[in-house]
Design a protein around this ligand. Structure first.
Ligand code: BV8
Ligand code: ZN
Length: 222
Protein backbone atom coordinates (compact mmCIF):
# COMPACT_ATOMS: atom_id res chain seq x y z
CA UNK A 1 0.00 0.00 0.00
CA UNK A 2 1.16 3.53 -0.90
CA UNK A 3 -0.61 6.42 0.81
CA UNK A 4 -0.58 10.17 0.25
CA UNK A 5 -2.08 13.26 1.83
CA UNK A 6 -5.62 12.17 0.88
CA UNK A 7 -5.70 9.57 3.67
CA UNK A 8 -5.17 12.36 6.23
CA UNK A 9 -7.69 14.74 4.64
CA UNK A 10 -10.62 13.43 6.71
CA UNK A 11 -8.62 14.11 9.86
CA UNK A 12 -8.76 17.76 8.84
CA UNK A 13 -5.22 17.96 7.47
CA UNK A 14 -5.13 20.06 4.27
CA UNK A 15 -3.69 18.17 1.29
CA UNK A 16 -0.76 19.63 -0.62
CA UNK A 17 -2.48 20.46 -3.86
CA UNK A 18 -6.09 20.70 -2.79
CA UNK A 19 -7.97 23.65 -1.30
CA UNK A 20 -6.38 24.90 1.89
CA UNK A 21 -2.98 23.52 0.92
CA UNK A 22 -1.45 26.98 0.80
CA UNK A 23 0.19 28.75 3.73
CA UNK A 24 0.49 32.55 3.58
CA UNK A 25 0.09 32.11 -0.23
CA UNK A 26 3.22 29.91 -0.44
CA UNK A 27 3.03 26.52 -2.20
CA UNK A 28 4.69 23.47 -0.66
CA UNK A 29 7.10 23.31 -3.60
CA UNK A 30 8.26 26.86 -2.71
CA UNK A 31 9.06 26.06 0.91
CA UNK A 32 9.92 22.34 1.01
CA UNK A 33 13.37 22.83 -0.53
CA UNK A 34 16.92 23.08 0.83
CA UNK A 35 17.31 26.36 -1.08
CA UNK A 36 14.29 27.93 0.67
CA UNK A 37 15.66 26.74 4.02
CA UNK A 38 19.12 28.14 3.29
CA UNK A 39 17.57 31.46 2.20
CA UNK A 40 15.16 31.83 5.11
CA UNK A 41 15.29 29.07 7.74
CA UNK A 42 12.93 30.98 10.02
CA UNK A 43 10.19 31.25 7.35
CA UNK A 44 10.47 27.54 6.51
CA UNK A 45 10.37 26.69 10.20
CA UNK A 46 7.31 28.89 10.74
CA UNK A 47 5.56 26.78 8.09
CA UNK A 48 6.63 23.49 9.69
CA UNK A 49 5.81 24.70 13.21
CA UNK A 50 2.37 25.78 11.95
CA UNK A 51 1.83 22.30 10.40
CA UNK A 52 3.05 20.58 13.57
CA UNK A 53 0.64 22.60 15.68
CA UNK A 54 -2.21 21.69 13.26
CA UNK A 55 -1.23 18.01 13.42
CA UNK A 56 -1.01 17.99 17.22
CA UNK A 57 -4.73 18.86 17.28
CA UNK A 58 -5.96 16.12 14.92
CA UNK A 59 -6.54 12.41 15.24
CA UNK A 60 -6.23 9.49 12.81
CA UNK A 61 -9.42 8.88 10.81
CA UNK A 62 -11.18 5.68 9.75
CA UNK A 63 -8.76 5.27 6.83
CA UNK A 64 -5.76 5.13 9.17
CA UNK A 65 -7.65 2.86 11.56
CA UNK A 66 -8.73 0.46 8.80
CA UNK A 67 -5.12 0.15 7.63
CA UNK A 68 -3.83 -0.46 11.15
CA UNK A 69 -6.34 -3.23 11.85
CA UNK A 70 -5.87 -4.77 8.38
CA UNK A 71 -2.13 -5.13 8.98
CA UNK A 72 -2.89 -7.26 12.04
CA UNK A 73 -4.86 -9.67 9.81
CA UNK A 74 -2.52 -9.62 6.79
CA UNK A 75 1.01 -10.58 7.81
CA UNK A 76 2.53 -9.87 4.37
CA UNK A 77 1.13 -6.33 4.28
CA UNK A 78 3.57 -3.42 3.80
CA UNK A 79 2.55 0.20 4.33
CA UNK A 80 4.54 2.85 2.45
CA UNK A 81 3.59 6.47 3.00
CA UNK A 82 4.57 9.80 1.45
CA UNK A 83 2.99 11.53 4.43
CA UNK A 84 5.16 13.04 7.12
CA UNK A 85 2.28 13.63 9.58
CA UNK A 86 2.74 10.56 11.80
CA UNK A 87 -0.98 9.69 11.68
CA UNK A 88 -0.39 6.09 10.53
CA UNK A 89 1.81 5.59 13.62
CA UNK A 90 -0.80 7.25 15.83
CA UNK A 91 -3.44 4.83 14.48
CA UNK A 92 -1.27 1.88 15.52
CA UNK A 93 0.34 0.93 12.20
CA UNK A 94 3.73 -0.60 12.91
CA UNK A 95 6.86 -0.39 10.80
CA UNK A 96 5.51 2.32 8.45
CA UNK A 97 7.91 2.95 5.57
CA UNK A 98 8.19 6.75 5.40
CA UNK A 99 9.73 7.62 2.05
CA UNK A 100 9.47 11.39 2.68
CA UNK A 101 10.52 11.37 6.32
CA UNK A 102 8.67 12.50 9.44
CA UNK A 103 7.71 16.03 10.52
CA UNK A 104 8.22 15.06 14.19
CA UNK A 105 11.89 14.26 13.64
CA UNK A 106 14.52 17.00 13.86
CA UNK A 107 18.07 16.62 12.62
CA UNK A 108 21.17 18.78 12.69
CA UNK A 109 22.41 20.51 9.52
CA UNK A 110 26.00 19.96 10.68
CA UNK A 111 26.60 17.11 13.16
CA UNK A 112 24.89 13.72 13.28
CA UNK A 113 22.31 14.75 15.88
CA UNK A 114 18.78 13.53 15.18
CA UNK A 115 15.85 13.15 17.56
CA UNK A 116 12.10 12.96 17.72
CA UNK A 117 10.70 16.21 19.17
CA UNK A 118 6.91 16.54 19.38
CA UNK A 119 6.82 19.88 21.27
CA UNK A 120 4.32 22.36 19.80
CA UNK A 121 5.13 25.12 19.40
CA UNK A 122 8.89 24.68 19.40
CA UNK A 123 10.50 27.02 21.95
CA UNK A 124 12.61 28.85 19.35
CA UNK A 125 12.56 29.04 15.54
CA UNK A 126 14.76 27.91 13.96
CA UNK A 127 15.63 25.34 16.69
CA UNK A 128 19.32 24.98 17.48
CA UNK A 129 21.47 21.91 18.01
CA UNK A 130 23.74 21.61 21.05
CA UNK A 131 26.61 21.99 18.56
CA UNK A 132 25.24 25.45 17.74
CA UNK A 133 24.08 24.66 14.19
CA UNK A 134 20.47 24.94 13.01
CA UNK A 135 18.20 21.93 13.24
CA UNK A 136 16.02 21.06 10.22
CA UNK A 137 12.80 19.03 9.93
CA UNK A 138 13.52 15.32 9.31
CA UNK A 139 11.64 15.37 6.00
CA UNK A 140 12.74 14.92 2.37
CA UNK A 141 12.67 18.20 0.45
CA UNK A 142 12.30 18.60 -3.32
CA UNK A 143 15.63 17.90 -4.97
CA UNK A 144 16.74 15.65 -2.09
CA UNK A 145 17.24 11.91 -2.24
CA UNK A 146 14.80 9.69 -0.39
CA UNK A 147 16.18 7.83 2.67
CA UNK A 148 18.09 4.91 1.11
CA UNK A 149 16.77 2.21 3.44
CA UNK A 150 13.13 3.29 3.27
CA UNK A 151 13.29 3.63 -0.51
CA UNK A 152 14.92 0.22 -0.95
CA UNK A 153 12.25 -1.41 1.24
CA UNK A 154 9.46 0.39 -0.62
CA UNK A 155 10.76 -0.75 -4.01
CA UNK A 156 11.18 -4.30 -2.77
CA UNK A 157 7.57 -4.36 -1.55
CA UNK A 158 6.27 -2.90 -4.83
CA UNK A 159 7.99 -5.47 -7.05
CA UNK A 160 7.10 -8.46 -4.89
CA UNK A 161 3.45 -7.83 -4.00
CA UNK A 162 0.42 -9.47 -5.57
CA UNK A 163 -1.89 -6.51 -4.97
CA UNK A 164 -0.75 -2.86 -4.81
CA UNK A 165 -3.16 -0.33 -3.33
CA UNK A 166 -2.49 3.37 -3.95
CA UNK A 167 -4.64 5.63 -1.79
CA UNK A 168 -5.06 9.40 -1.54
CA UNK A 169 -2.17 10.53 -3.67
CA UNK A 170 -2.16 12.74 -6.75
CA UNK A 171 0.73 10.54 -7.96
CA UNK A 172 2.64 13.59 -9.17
CA UNK A 173 5.71 13.34 -6.94
CA UNK A 174 8.57 11.07 -7.99
CA UNK A 175 10.23 8.73 -7.37
CA UNK A 176 7.39 7.69 -4.97
CA UNK A 177 4.74 7.60 -7.70
CA UNK A 178 7.06 5.32 -9.70
CA UNK A 179 6.25 2.56 -7.20
CA UNK A 180 2.95 2.16 -9.06
CA UNK A 181 4.79 1.48 -12.33
CA UNK A 182 7.11 -0.97 -10.57
CA UNK A 183 4.20 -2.91 -9.07
CA UNK A 184 2.35 -3.02 -12.38
CA UNK A 185 5.46 -4.10 -14.30
CA UNK A 186 5.99 -6.88 -11.77
CA UNK A 187 2.48 -8.19 -12.42
CA UNK A 188 0.63 -6.91 -9.34
CA UNK A 189 -3.04 -6.02 -9.50
CA UNK A 190 -3.21 -2.27 -8.85
CA UNK A 191 -6.17 -0.66 -7.08
CA UNK A 192 -6.42 3.11 -6.71
CA UNK A 193 -8.63 4.89 -4.17
CA UNK A 194 -8.99 8.62 -4.77
CA UNK A 195 -11.55 11.39 -4.75
CA UNK A 196 -10.40 12.51 -8.22
CA UNK A 197 -8.72 11.18 -11.34
CA UNK A 198 -4.94 10.96 -11.27
CA UNK A 199 -2.40 10.37 -14.09
CA UNK A 200 -2.55 6.68 -13.12
CA UNK A 201 -6.35 6.27 -13.01
CA UNK A 202 -6.50 4.95 -16.57
CA UNK A 203 -3.51 2.65 -16.03
CA UNK A 204 -4.49 0.85 -12.82
CA UNK A 205 -6.70 -2.24 -12.81
CA UNK A 206 -9.39 -0.71 -10.61
CA UNK A 207 -9.82 2.98 -9.76
CA UNK A 208 -12.35 3.61 -6.97
CA UNK A 209 -13.74 7.14 -6.62
CA UNK A 210 -14.48 8.18 -3.11
CA UNK A 211 -13.12 9.07 0.30
CA UNK A 212 -10.44 6.84 1.78
CA UNK A 213 -12.16 6.99 5.17
CA UNK A 214 -15.35 5.61 3.64
CA UNK A 215 -13.97 3.11 1.11
CA UNK A 216 -11.03 1.56 2.95
CA UNK A 217 -12.97 0.04 5.87
CA UNK A 218 -15.16 -1.99 3.48
CA UNK A 219 -12.36 -2.62 0.95
CA UNK A 220 -10.12 -4.04 3.69
CA UNK A 221 -12.87 -5.82 5.59
CA UNK A 222 -12.32 -9.02 3.53
C1 BV8 B 1 14.34 13.79 -6.00
C2 BV8 B 1 8.00 16.04 2.39
C3 BV8 B 1 16.53 13.64 -6.88
C4 BV8 B 1 8.17 17.46 2.76
C5 BV8 B 1 7.54 15.95 -0.02
C6 BV8 B 1 13.28 19.64 -10.34
C7 BV8 B 1 14.32 19.64 -9.41
C8 BV8 B 1 14.51 18.60 -8.51
C9 BV8 B 1 13.61 17.54 -8.51
C10 BV8 B 1 12.58 17.56 -9.42
C11 BV8 B 1 12.41 18.58 -10.34
N1 BV8 B 1 11.30 18.30 -11.10
C12 BV8 B 1 10.77 17.15 -10.68
C13 BV8 B 1 11.54 16.68 -9.67
C14 BV8 B 1 11.33 15.50 -8.93
C15 BV8 B 1 10.55 15.91 -7.69
C16 BV8 B 1 9.09 15.85 -8.05
O1 BV8 B 1 8.56 14.78 -8.18
N2 BV8 B 1 8.43 17.03 -8.23
C17 BV8 B 1 7.03 17.05 -8.60
C18 BV8 B 1 6.32 18.25 -7.95
C19 BV8 B 1 6.93 17.10 -10.12
N3 BV8 B 1 10.88 14.95 -6.68
C20 BV8 B 1 11.85 15.23 -5.80
O2 BV8 B 1 12.44 16.29 -5.74
C21 BV8 B 1 12.22 14.07 -4.89
N4 BV8 B 1 13.64 13.95 -4.87
O3 BV8 B 1 13.86 13.66 -7.10
O4 BV8 B 1 15.69 13.84 -5.76
C22 BV8 B 1 17.79 13.13 -6.31
C23 BV8 B 1 18.13 11.79 -6.50
C24 BV8 B 1 19.33 11.33 -5.98
C25 BV8 B 1 20.16 12.19 -5.26
C26 BV8 B 1 19.79 13.53 -5.05
C27 BV8 B 1 18.59 14.01 -5.58
C28 BV8 B 1 11.77 14.35 -3.47
C29 BV8 B 1 10.26 14.47 -3.42
C30 BV8 B 1 9.82 14.57 -1.96
C31 BV8 B 1 9.36 15.97 -1.66
N5 BV8 B 1 8.80 16.00 -0.30
N6 BV8 B 1 7.08 15.98 1.25
C32 BV8 B 1 6.93 18.02 3.42
O5 BV8 B 1 5.90 17.33 3.50
O6 BV8 B 1 7.03 19.16 3.87
S1 BV8 B 1 6.43 15.78 -1.29
C33 BV8 B 1 4.84 16.08 -0.81
O7 BV8 B 1 4.05 15.70 -1.93
C34 BV8 B 1 4.33 15.22 0.33
O8 BV8 B 1 5.21 14.23 0.76
C35 BV8 B 1 3.14 14.55 -0.30
O9 BV8 B 1 2.86 13.35 0.28
C36 BV8 B 1 3.64 14.39 -1.68
C37 BV8 B 1 2.69 13.95 -2.72
O10 BV8 B 1 1.52 14.69 -2.57
P1 BV8 B 1 0.20 13.85 -2.20
O11 BV8 B 1 0.43 13.10 -0.93
O12 BV8 B 1 -0.22 13.06 -3.38
O13 BV8 B 1 -0.81 15.01 -1.87
P2 BV8 B 1 -1.63 15.87 -2.92
O14 BV8 B 1 -2.25 17.01 -2.20
O15 BV8 B 1 -0.80 16.13 -4.13
O16 BV8 B 1 -2.79 14.87 -3.42
C38 BV8 B 1 -3.78 14.42 -2.50
C39 BV8 B 1 -4.63 13.44 -3.25
O17 BV8 B 1 -5.61 12.91 -2.37
C40 BV8 B 1 -5.39 14.07 -4.41
O18 BV8 B 1 -5.35 13.20 -5.53
C41 BV8 B 1 -6.82 14.19 -3.88
O19 BV8 B 1 -7.78 14.03 -4.90
C42 BV8 B 1 -6.88 13.00 -2.96
N7 BV8 B 1 -7.80 13.12 -1.83
C43 BV8 B 1 -8.14 14.23 -1.13
N8 BV8 B 1 -8.99 13.89 -0.12
C44 BV8 B 1 -9.16 12.55 -0.20
C45 BV8 B 1 -8.42 12.05 -1.29
N9 BV8 B 1 -8.40 10.75 -1.62
C46 BV8 B 1 -9.13 9.91 -0.86
N10 BV8 B 1 -9.86 10.30 0.19
C47 BV8 B 1 -9.90 11.61 0.55
N11 BV8 B 1 -10.66 12.00 1.61
ZN1 ZN C 1 24.58 19.54 15.69
Amino acid sequence: MLTGAGVSAESGVPTFRGAGGLWRSFRAEDLATAAAFARDPRLVWEWYDWRRRQLAAVRPNTAHDALASFAARAPGFTLVTQNVDGLHDAAGSADVIKVHGDIWDLRCTRCGFAARDTRVPLPELPPRCTCGATLRPGVVWFGEALPADAWARAQNAAVSCGVFLVVGTSALVYPAAGLIDMAKAAGAGVIEVNLDDTPYSALVDVSLRGKAGELLPSLLAC
